[in-house]
Design a protein around this ligand. Structure first.
Ligand SMILES: *Cc1c(COP(=O)(O)O)cnc(C)c1O
Length: 390
C-alpha cells in the first residue's frame, strides 16, 4: 500500500498496481470473464465474501480495480466503483440508495440526459424529482420534503458556468437527513474535491476529462464504504453496468496525466476568456476565472483552477452565432467535451434544443450563446479559429 502522504500527481501515477509475477512495469489488462479457485472450499469462501479475491469480471477485475483505487485516492475516498458510462454511474447511485416514494432535489442546470433519467425513468418507479436553481440556497431548502433522500448537482454548470456552494448544500442536505451527490465531471478531482467540502457521493463520466482523449465511454461512483463499496457495488454486481477491463486501462492511463491536462485546459481557457471579454463583437463571457463572474470568489475558494469550459454571447442573435461556428476550421462542431480537441457548440439549438423558448429564457440559454470546450491545441490557433467569425 502507498504512503498516505503522497501528493496528488504521484497517487495518479502509482496507486493501485500490484505487480504480477511477470514483474511488468505498465499496468496489465486482464481480459477474462471469470477466475478459477484452487478448491471447492476456496470457491465457497470467495462467493460468500469470507475471503477477498476475484470471482467474475462483472464485479471483480484486477484492471478495473486499479482504476477504482486510483480514482478513490484522487478524490480522497474510501471506495470507488467503475461503471460502463457516466449515466450508468448516476443510475447505479439511484438504484442503490433510493426506493419507490423517495424524492430527489436536483439542480436544473444538469446534463440533459440526467434530467431525463430522473424525470422519465425514475418517475416510472415512483421516485419524483424537483428541479431548482443551482445558486439559490433558499429554493433548495424550500424544495426539500420529508421523503427527500438526495440532492444532486453539477458545478460549474453547463454551459453558463454557475458555481454551487458545495459546503453550504452539504450542510443543508445533512440537516434534512439527505445525501449530497456531486457530478464532478467538469472539474475532476484535479481541480475540485467535493468530498472534502462535505459531499457524500461523487459521480463521474470517465468519458470526459478522466480519459481526456475522446477514446472511451465510462463512469464511476466515489464515496464511503457503506454507500458506495456496499450499496452501489451491489447494483453493479447484480444489474451489471460494469466497466470493461480495456476501458478501465484507458481511463487509468488517462488519470496519470489528469493534473497536467487540467492545468493546461484551464490556462488556455483563462486566456481565451480574457481575449473574448475585451473583444468588441462579444456581449458577455461566462468563465469562473474572470473577476466579472458573479461567483468568482466562491469558485476560487472551492476549486484550485477554473477548468476548460468557456461560454460567451456574441453581439446579435442566432445568425451571428451560427456564422462564427461555421467559420471555424479547426474546432470540432460537436457537443462533446473533455477531449484534447477543442469543441464548439450552439446550446440553444443542440444540447438545450428541447427546451421551450420560455425555459431557455429562464435558463439563460439565448440564441447568441456559444460554448467552447478548450482543448490542448496551441491557444493561438484556437483563438484565431474563433476570431475568424467575429
Ligand atoms: C457526459 C456527461 C454525463 C454522462 O456521461 P456518459 O459517459 O456520456 O454516460 C454526465 N454528466 C455530465 C456532466 C456529462 O458531461
Amino acid at each position: 500500500m502507498l504512503d498516505e502522504l503522497l501528493h496528488f500527481d504521484t497517487l495518479a501515477i502509482r496507486t493501485g498496481h500490484q505487480r504480477t509475477a511477470e514483474g511488468e512495469h505498465g499496468e496489465p489488462i486482464f481480459p477474462t470473464s471469470s477466475f478459477v479457485f484452487s478448491s471447492a472450499a476456496e470457491a465457497a469462501a470467495r462467493f460468500s465474501g469470507e475471503k477477498p479475491g476475484n470471482i467474475y469480471a462483472r464485479f471483480t477485475n484486477p484492471t478495473v480495480k486499479i482504476f477504482e483505487q486510483r480514482l478513490a485516492a484522487l478524490e480522497g475516498a474510501e471506495s470507488c466503483v467503475a461503471t460502463a458510462s457516466g449515466m450508468a454511474a448516476i443510475l447505479s447511485v439511484c438504484l442503490g440508495l433510493l426506493q419507490a416514494g423517495d424524492h430527489i432535489v436536483s439542480s436544473r442546470s444538469i446534463f440533459g440526459t440526467t434530467s431525463i433519467l430522473f424525470d422519465k425513468y425514475l418517475g416510472k418507479f415512483g421516485v419524483a424529482t424537483s428541479f431548482v436553481d443551482l445558486t439559490d440556497l433558499a429554493v433548495w431548502e424550500q424544495a426539500i420534503k420529508p421523503n427527500t433522500r438526495l440532492l444532486f448537482l453539477e458545478t460549474p454548470s453547463n454551459p453558463l458556468t454557475e458555481i454551487a456552494d458545495i459546503s453550504a448544500l452539504a450542510d443543508l442536505a445533512h440537516a434534512h437527513n439527505c445525501l449530497l451527490v456531486v457530478d464532478n465531471c467538469f472539474c475532476t478531482p484535479a481541480l475540485q474535491q467535493p468530498l472534502k467540502l462535505g459531499a457524500d457521493i461523487i459521480v463521474h463520466s470517465a468519458t470526459k476529462y478522466l480519459d481526456g482523449q475522446g477514446r472511451i465511454i465510462g463512469g464511476a461512483v466515489v464515496g464511503n464504504q457503506e454507500l458506495v463499496g456496499k450499496e452501489v457495488f451491489g447494483v453493479i454486481r447484480t444489474a451489471g453496468p460494469s466497466m470493461s477491463p480495456f476501458n478501465a486501462w484507458i481511463a487509468l492511463k488517462g488519470l496519470e496525466t489528469l493534473s497536467l491536462r487540467m492545468k493546461a485546459h484551464s490556462h488556455s481557457a483563462m486566456r481565451l476568456a480574457r481575449y473574448l471579454e475585451q473583444h468588441p463583437s462579444i456581449e458577455q463571457v461566462f468563465y469562473p476565472g474572470l473577476e466579472s463572474h458573479p461567483q468568482h470568489q466562491l469558485a476560487k475558494s472551492q476549486q484550485s483552477d477554473f477548468g476548460g469550459i468557456v461560454s460567451f454571447k456574441v453581439k446579435g442573435g442566432r445568425e451571428q452565432a451560427w456564422r462564427l461556428i461555421d467559420q471555424t476550421r479547426l474546432l470540432s462542431i460537436t457537443a462533446n467535451l473533455g477531449d484534447t480537441k477543442s469543441t464548439i457548440t450552439h446550446p440553444a439549438s443542440t444540447t438545450h434544443g428541447r427546451l421551450s423558448d420560455e425555459q431557455k429564457l429562464a435558463a439563460g440559454i439565448s440564441d447568441n450563446l456559444i460554448r467552447v470546450a478548450v482543448g490542448l491545441e496551441h491557444l493561438d490557433d484556437i483563438q484565431r479559429d474563433i476570431s475568424r467569425g467575429l
